[in-house]
Write a protein that binds this ligand. Structure first.
Ligand code: GLU
Length: 545
């Protein structure tokens, strides 16, 4: 048969037989629930939150079923590959505490039995399956050349493929053995294309775990399965790798749904069992026109994973926020289990959102305030220092030389039964406590309050004693307030506000303004204790001048 002869011409030296490969990649021993899934990033740039989101869904499906999560680096697009991008992927997973069960180390060692876990090292395997398809008449060599100096003809054609779903047979699909041989003898490079068995009239149905049953036009295009460099584009690598590596659920973004007909034809041609897909919606934002749009690095800083490190969001906060948008049940679970780690949260594929989640930084900060409020002062200190060491050397230095003091400051309203929910990212700590680390920078004192403020602080500054207990301290503020005509009984004050200069809350606000420049702050008594007599007196003096 011509096709077998052609296959041998094209692939004279394949390293293995299909049987050998299938022996090497044993079927995984799994129980019914165990999910094997993967994160398959292309190292083409810095990581996008949408990509991380899909990874995290995949990770969770394996985590809750005690399955296997592996990392496969899809570096087949050599032109676009960014040098450090693989390192970046590893670093990010590591920072988030997500450890794949199987992967290739940066030194090139495969951890797991299904490697190599880097696609550019799997060319020998792809060649075996491409050869098999050519032998069976299901694929053929294509010699269409890239036009020199002009657009890449092959690329243009592939892009056209993606745009419409009309039949597209390649001119090379029926070359004879002699023609192929002549081209090879002439040194012409070749790609391999699938010879579609469809003619554009067939339809297929498939089931997606998120979208349910989908009906679509069957693939009718002779698309490329091996490029001229012997490396496959996404579809072929996906079919071969996810089959051999024993993936049970392919978790990916819904932008891949339109390619499923092509993938299905490939699985069938290769004689593989069809795989289960879980195509998740993409994270959105509300655009200026009020409509949903895909979150994008171009408009949304939070689309780039670097944002979270630069801003210093705790990694747990980001993960918990993503759990919130993956599964609306997480929030209730969190409320009912305030002290459990998120890793105790279990959910299945049916609990994953089917609508595109809208990314909301305000919600992220709320989730994060909650996360940070449960940390000890020392933990907050350590995280803030780690952040500052990377992004604010001066502040890092300050934190290091004033460790005990800084921990005391960070402990205000913390490690109590009802900790204050205020800090949500490490980059805000310096400004949030600027009046503790330095002199107050601003004042929120209102012009209309000035006279009362001066009068109150003058008197209070003479009465204040550092040794006071909290009760004594409060009694003292009240006593000074009362002597100056403030109401210490809020009911009386409310009934007749004109009769007073204010109430105890107003008196406290004045002290707070004098010491911090702000109307709101964490516990004032603690602030005074930590600042100490000297600073407190100096600040009182400063505002009185
Ligand atoms: N390399 C593909 C991507 O980064 C993988 C998609 C998939 O998960 O199959 O989009």
């Amino acid at each position: 048969m011509d096709s077998i002869k052609i296959a041998n011409l094209l692939f004279p030296n394949t390293k293995y037989t299909v049987e050998e490969i299938e022996k090497r990649y044993k079927k995984r021993n799994l129980n019914d629930n165990q999910v094997v899934s993967r994160y398959a990033p292309s190292p083409t740039g810095y990581m996008h939150i949408g990509n991380f989101f899909q990874m995290f869904i995949s990770y969770n499906l394996t985590r809750v079923t005690d399955g296997t999560f592996f990392l496969r680096v899809e570096d087949t697009d050599a032109k676009r590959e960014k040098k450090d991008a693989t390192q970046v992927i590893y670093d990010i997973l590591d920072k988030f505490g997500i450890k794949p069960d199987e992967y290739q180390t940066l030194d090139g060692e495969d951890i797991g039995d299904y490697g190599p876990y880097v696609q550019s090292q799997r060319a020998d395997i792809y060649a075996v399956y491409a050869k098999k398809l050519v032998e069976e008449g299901k694929a053929f060599p294509c010699f269409c050349k890239k036009t020199e100096g002009k657009e890449d003809v092959l690329k243009l054609r592939e892009e056209k493929f993606a745009e419409d779903d009309e039949k597209e047979y390649d001119p090379c699909r029926d070359l004879s053995y002699e023609q192929v041989k002549a081209n090879l003898d002439a040194g012409m490079p070749f790609a391999i294309r699938l010879k579609t068995k469809n003619d554009g009239t067939q339809r297929i149905k498939f089931f997606d775990l998120i979208k349910g049953e989908i009906e679509a036009k069957a693939n009718a295009k002779d698309f490329i399965i091996l490029k001229t460099d012997g490396i496959p584009p996404y579809a072929f690598a996906h079919a071969v790798d996810d089959t051999l590596m024993g993936t049970t659920i392919v978790v990916r973004g819904e932008e891949y749904i339109s390619s499923v007909p092509a993938h299905i034809e490939l699985f069938e041609a290769l004689g593989f069992n069809l795989i289960t897909y879980c195509h998740n919606p993409l994270i959105c934002k509300i655009g200026d026109n009020g409509n949903r749009r895909k979150i994008s690095k171009r408009y949304d800083p939070e689309a780039d994973m670097r944002f979270y490190f630069e801003e210093g969001y705790p990694t747990t906060s980001v993960l918990e926020y993503l759990l919130n948008i993956i599964n609306s049940g997480f929030e209730n679970w969190r409320n009912a289990n305030p002290d459990k780690p998120w890793t105790d949260f279990k959910f299945g594929v049916n609990d994953i959102t089917t609508v595109a989640p809208i990314f909301d930084l305000v919600k992220l900060s709320d989730v994060s305030k909650n996360v940070v409020s449960k940390m000890t002062a020392l933990e907050v200190y350590n995280h803030t220092l780690a952040w500052a060491e990377e992004y604010d050397a001066g502040f890092a230095e300050y934190l290091k030389t004033n460790k005990d003091y800084a921990v005391q400051v960070l402990n205000i309203d913390r490690e109590t039964p009802k900790p204050r929910k205020d800090i949500y990212k490490w980059s805000m700590v310096k400004e949030y406590f600027d009046y503790m680390f330095d002199e107050p920078k601003t004042t929120e004192l209102e012009e209309a309050d000035k006279a009362n403020f001066i009068e109150f602080i003058s008197k209070y500054s003479e009465n204040y004693k550092i040794e006071e207990t909290k009760e004594e301290w409060f009694a003292n503020v009240k006593a000074v307030a009362e002597s100056l005509g403030y109401a210490t009984d809020n009911k009386l004050y409310k009934a007749n506000p004109e009769a007073y200069k204010g109430n105890t809350a107003k008196a406290c606000e004045f002290v707070r303004l004098a010491l911090t420049g702000r109307k709101n702050s964490p516990d004032l008594y603690e602030i005074m204790k930590i600042l100490g007599n000297e600073k407190v007196n100096a600040r009182f003096k400063a505002v009185l001048n």
